[in-house]
Design a protein around this ligand. Sequence first.
Ligand SMILES: *Cc1c(COP(=O)(O)O)cnc(C)c1O
Length: 386
Amino acid sequence: MTQNEQDSDNFETRAIHAGQEPDPENGAVMTPVYLTSTFKQDAPAVPRQGYEYSRTSNPTRTALEENVASLEGGAWGLCFASGLSATNALLASFEPGDHIIAGNDLYGGTHRIFRQVYERYGIEFSFVDARDTEKIAEAIRPETKCVYLETPSNPLLRLTDLSATIALAKDAGKMVVVDNTFATPYLQNPLALGADVVLHSMTKYLAGHSDVIAGCLIGNDPALRDRYAFFLNSCGGGLDPFSSFLVMRGTKTLAVRMDRHCENARAIAAYLESHDAVARVHYPGLESHPQHELCQKQMRQAGGMVSVELVGGLEAGESFSTKTRLFTLAESLGGVESLIEVPPTMTHASIPAEDRRAAGMADGLVRLSVGIEHVDDLIEDINQAL
Ligand SMILES: *Cc1c(COP(=O)(O)O)cnc(C)c1O
């Protein structure tokens, strides 16, 4: 392995090589799973290679951290036991009285940790329609410390104009955090546009096989890394070695998986749009989508998630979600297998109904995580269920 291969301009090469070198002693090509809680020191407080205790750091986790940092174009990465554990380290670094602006269409668990956990510690949140850059600008106060964006958003696949929002936040001296879970670093790189921190639920596309829960924070500023590493070490929640290995196995194939996820989702969105039982399709890759132009500017492809409102509303949505055979009724997303769910009663049930409706989420909304099965089989499955 040369430095060149790890630093390649090409995503596919970095996905397979960054952070990972054959073992210098025995030649093992894959990074071992270092199942150890502690590390022998050469003298008191003189650890080898900086490793002391696996809550703080572990070589398998380090390999993954270097890998995902490289994929997002960041100087550092920190890996956590879940996406929300990464969100937790981020939020723990704010002070009572600090204010955070977020989009009003967010992953339900993110909304819950904001409102039901951190509001109790005196952090204030404003939720705005993040499609509208003006609305974000208007919400900025002197106490605002952070603009927290999710684009495409979950579950409505709305986009925030990253360049415009980052520019206005920087002008006002505010940090910007982007949850890049839906896009993945293969489709969109917020750090390159000036974001301070990127967050992932690596449970989803980065791991990609629905077999592990994991999250990360990635950035460039070493002071931010130190701050989040302090909370990771002080509060726990670092990713364990075996899960680190599983995510690293996933990132190697991210590019080829995403190409197929996107291709299948595009075909399914177009099919749904033409179906009589369908009232509305949310997919930014469709020409009819109001933010299609922004999607083309900001994302390499439109992603693998599609949301749909049926003519028959909630009842039709619930019935549809139980009649598919290949699309499994389950929460989560981003795995190779297709999943279907009803956000208002499943992933987003922790958001009060009036907040959901105000944000534009229909009660009968159905969300599809389009997998990489053969697209003909997926469309046939949707057709029979509708
Ligand atoms: C799943 C998800 C999270 C939370 O991640 P976990 O790994 O489940 O803790 C955060 N943001 C988005 C967009 C998600 O889909």
